[in-house]
Design a protein around this ligand. Structure first.
Ligand code: ADP
Length: 602
């Protein structure tokens, strides 16, 4: 569940639950209040109706009592007129007034009725001296509902007869009907047998017995009250009952529950409507508030993602609260992180380049090592060869001398010279190796001093002079006398010059020429040894300065040499702070040059 959803749930939780509780409690409270007021008003209406019936009946009883007392006190002749007047004043309330003598015979009737009524209950009951009210029954004259009230007629305290009145119910019915019980309200009155004695549908009066009605049952047990039940039409109704004790009549007011509780229903609808609106508002608010709260958090999350992916853009700060502060801190941190990242990337790039370089160097060094290894193998086989050859020669010569095959002293001398030459050759080779190892180890000792170039050229020329003559090679020399002195180790430089001149002699065919010259430059003297020899191919030029390297070729391998001369010469010249180089073309000869620093007076 994401934070927004959690927030929505939380907001709904804290708002919907109290809201629901408030709505429910207020609804319940209002509903009960409305119900109470509805039942109170229904019971009030019922009671009013009951009181109206009571008062109407009281008026009737009073009427009868008045007429009874008038009948007891007035003259016989005046009584009929008087009763008629009284009756007409009551506007059709009374059907008939009649008087019964103590024998039970009707002596006076406003309907001129005669006959015996001594067995009627209204006669016997009233004869006991009290007012009697009969049940409601259909009139034998009009066929309409009526009741009979009888009261004894007294003269000087003695009962002289019974006054009766047949009372039409219609006026009472109209009175009951005038009571407002609402559109769906219905009033009816039952007697103690459950027979309808009033209903707005007159056709039901005295013809129907209602005793399954809850209120009627209540009344039958002579109780007043209010209750709910489902009527014979299946409608839910609210029924209020009122027991008229004197007449043993039950007044029932029935009202449709829907109408009675219309206000409750309206309240229900209102509350449901308000609840819907409120819930909708709460949900809307929850969404809006959660969006507002989570928006900057979402922006932070997106920012963090983009930071990880490396294309971060500062997050706009929309609020000044804690989240706003967090956003500012995040932006700053992200910027610093990106800066660090950039720097690290740059460092890594440099380190990578370095590594590449180092790798290249390692590869080159490895190649070099491989080359050295090959050279070492070559050297070992070469040295073995170079050492073996003179040794074989020495052995042959020595064996020859030992065998005494010749006593010719000339031949013997030749053999001895051969032995000495080969020993020299071996000595040279060993010396060369020793020199080179000293140079490479930086252990060669130098005796630096000031001298003229001529000193070393003269010494070197002396060494090779005879050999040049042997090969009929012309040596030209151009060493200006005015050359500045140089600074160096004379003996070592003689070795260099010997090597260069020796090579020139070795690799120049008979009859060729060698040119030795020197030239002064601003701060150095250049010495050149030029020959008209076999020359060197371009691709070999750099290699010949490497130790043990000899340009491959059968003709050359025949020439003596170890491939160390130029390496030793280079080492010596470099130890002087000078340089050695070559210009050459195959078949056209070679020129070896080296430069030495001039001697500087301090
Ligand atoms: P080496 O003892 O073989 O002379 P160096 O180091 O002096 O050894 O010379 C290396 C190689 O350079 C020689 O074997 C030769 O092949 C070549 N070289 C040197 N000097 C000359 C030259 N003047 N003319 C032609 N090739 C030369």
């Amino acid at each position: 569940m994401n934070i927004r959803l959690e927030l929505i749930v939380f907001l709904l939780f804290i708002s919907v639950i109290p809201l629901s509780a408030v709505v429910y409690i207020s609804y319940d409270y209002s509903k009960e209040a409305i119900r109470d007021s509805v039942t109170a008003s229904l019971m009030g209406a019922t009671k009013n109706a009951g009181n109206a019936i009571d008062s109407w009946m009281d008026t009737r009883k009073d009427d009868i009592r008045i007429i009874s007392s008038i009948a007891g006190s007035s003259e016989k002749e005046q009584l009929p007129e008087y009763i008629h007047t009284f009756e007409s004043e009551r506007e059709g309330v009374y059907e008939e007034f009649f008087i019964i003598n103590l024998d039970g015979n009707i002596t006076l009737s406003t309907l001129n009725r005669t006959g015996y009524a001594g067995k009627e209950r209204y006669f016997t009951e009233a004869s006991t001296g009290k007012l009697y009210i009969s049940d409601v029954s259909f009139s034998s004259v009009t066929g309409l509902p009526e009741l009979t009230i009888t009261n004894p007629v007294r003269k000087n305290g003695t009962i002289t007869g019974i006054l009766g009145a047949r009372v039409r119910m219609e006026q009472l019915y109209m009175l009951i009907e005038s009571i407002d019980v609402g559109k769906s309200g219905e009033i009816f009155v039952v007697n103690n047998k459950g027979e309808l004695i009033f209903h707005r549908d007159r056709s039901r009066i005295l013809l129907e017995k209602i005793n399954n009605n809850l209120s009627v049952k209540e009344i039958m047990s002579e109780k007043s009250g209010i209750g709910e039940y489902t009527n014979d039409k299946g409608e839910k109704v609210l029924s209020s009952s009122f027991w008229l004790l004197i007449y043993k009549w039950g007044l029932v007011v029935v009202k449709s529950k829907d109408e009675a509780y219309a206000e409750v229903l309206a309240l229900e609808k209102l509350i449901v409507g308000i609840s819907f609106v409120a819930f909708f508002c709460v949900i809307l608010l929850a969404f809006v508030i959660s969006k507002q709260i989570t928006k900057p958090i979402e922006a932070l999350k997106d920012g963090a993602h983009s930071l990880v992916r490396g294309h971060f853009k500062p997050i706009p700060t929309s609020s000044k609260n804690e989240i706003g502060e967090l956003t500012i801190i995040f932006n700053q941190t992200a910027k610093e992180l990106l800066d660090i990242r950039e720097k690290l990337e740059a460092k890594i790039e440099i380190a990578n380049k370095d590594l590449e370089e180092k790798n290249k160097e390692l590869i080159a060094a490895n190649e070099e090592l491989k080359k050295l290894d090959t050279m070492k193998s070559d050297f070992i086989s070469l040295v073995s060869h170079e050492l073996k050859t003179p040794l074989s020669a020495i052995r042959t010569s020595a064996e020859f001398l030992d065998s005494e095959m010749t006593s010719d002293p000339k031949v013997q001398k030749e053999m001895l010279e051969n032995i000495i030459r080969n020993i020299d050759r071996q000595t040279r080779l060993i010396n060369d190796i020793l020199d080179l190892s000293k140079i490479e180890a930086g252990k060669m000792e130098f005796q630096f001093g000031q001298f003229d170039i001529q000193e070393i050229t003269t010494a070197a020329l002396e060494t090779i002079g005879n050999l040049a003559l042997e090969k009929n090679i012309t040596i030209s020399v151009d060493i200006p006398v005015e050359l500045s002195p140089v600074f160096g180790d004379k003996e070592k430089l003689i070795i260099v010059l010997n090597n260069l001149l020796g090579n020139a002699l070795k690799f120049t065919p008979n009859g060729g020429s060698i040119f030795l010259s020197a030239k002064e430059f601003e701060d150095s003297i250049e010495v050149r040894v030029k020959d008209t020899g076999i020359g060197i191919e371009k691709k070999e030029l750099e290699k010949i300065f490497e130790k043990f390297y000899q340009v491959d070729g059968t003709s050359r391998r025949k020439t003596a040499g170890s491939g160390l001369g130029l390496s030793i010469s280079t080492g010596i010249i470099k130890a002087h702070g000078g340089e050695i180089y070559i210009e050459s073309e195959p078949g056209k000869g070679s020129t070896f040059c080296f430069r030495l620093k001039k001697f500087e007076k301090k």
